[in-house]
Design a protein around this ligand. Structure first.
Ligand code: SAM
Length: 287
């Protein structure tokens, strides 16, 4: 059964009386070469978890690696479809659940024991960023995450300091992972076609965070504050984010050699770390 064929997809939809849900981001991938790229980039050795199998086009490709595949799907109507499309495989388990309400650590433990797994998915666009944030912040036993996302999201996550796409999500992802764009995938490679192009993004989890900080919570507070008002200077952003008078922040930035007039988007992870290490000391002294 060729699940990359629009004809086959339409036949299955008809057979199961299935209508595509826009709200659940159901745009199914039709490009076999992209499936190969995702499976290869995932470097699966101990097993793989998929989010949102749909009709099972990527699931099937992952099953062909011979490793254990666990797929989490929210839409109950897809369970009988997946039983049909994946009938030939005995290395797959479909879990009917909302990934955002799933204890992913417990699920990995239950299904893969102590193995370090890969995550592969063509993500539903309406919750791409919350899913990625959840997966990387929970410090799960995963080696890499290979996901299809909107092209613009992939650009933001992999953007370097000084680029217009660089923002809090870039810093968060680059703190925990090494992101890289694998391939841009045009909207026409999906059924139904979405409005925008997509891209395959590979995020390799780092053994140690991208930069050393004394207090992670404070580091991310600095990052959020620095990007909260993109047109304002770092000085203004930090003063309003942390509630200090400007001269205190100005003095602190001067002591560590950072220009108070700079904008957040110019700062590297190491510079955010430097700020965070002094501002959290200041915070604990004053409070
Ligand atoms: N993997 C298939 C493919 O590549 O053709 C389908 C990908 S489609 C973009 C996204 C899939 O995620 C759909 O099957 C959708 O029902 C499912 N989904 C949406 N929200 C979800 C959630 N919160 N938890 C788990 N699956 C979800």
């Amino acid at each position: 059964m060729d699940l990359t064929s629009p004809r086959v997809i339409k036949d299955i939809a008809e057979r199961f009386n299935f209508s595509f849900s826009k709200g659940l981001g159901q745009n199914f991938l039709l490009d076999a070469a992209v499936l190969d790229k995702i499976a290869e980039a995932a470097e699966i050795d101990e097993g793989v978890m998929e989010i949102g199998p749909g009709f099972g086009v990527l699931t099937k490709r992952l099953c062909e690696t011979g490793k254990k595949v666990v797929s989490v799907e929210i839409d109950r109507r897809l369970i009988p479809v997946l039983e049909y499309t994946l009938a030939e495989f005995d290395n797959v388990k479909i879990v009917e659940r909302d990934i955002m309400k799933t204890d992913v650590r417990a699920l990995i433990k239950e299904e893969f024991g102590d193995a370090k797994i890969s995550i592969a998915a063509n993500l539903p666009y309406y919750i791409t960023t919350p899913i990625i944030t959840k997966l990387i912040e929970e410090k799960l036993p995963i080696k890499n995450i290979v996901v299809m996302v909107q092209k613009e999201v992939a650009e933001r996550i992999s953007a370097k300091p000084g680029k217009k796409d660089y923002g809090a999500i870039s810093v968060l992802c680059q703190y925990y992972t090494e992101p890289s764009m694998v391939e841009v995938v045009p909207a026409g490679s999906f059924f139904p076609a979405p409005k925008v192009d997509s891209a395959v993004l590979c995020m390799k989890l780092l053994d140690e965070p991208g930069v050393r900080v004394e207090d992670e919570k404070c580091f991310f507070k600095v990052v959020r504050a620095s990007f909260a008002q993109r047109r304002k200077t770092l000085l203004n952003c930090l003063a309003s984010g942390f509630g200090y008078d400007k001269p205190i922040i100005e003095n602190m930035l001067g002591n560590i050699g950072i220009d108070p007039k700079i904008r957040g988007e110019k700062l590297s992870l190491a510079e955010f770390a430097k700020i965070s290490d002094v501002i959290c000391k200041l915070d604990s002294k004053i409070k």
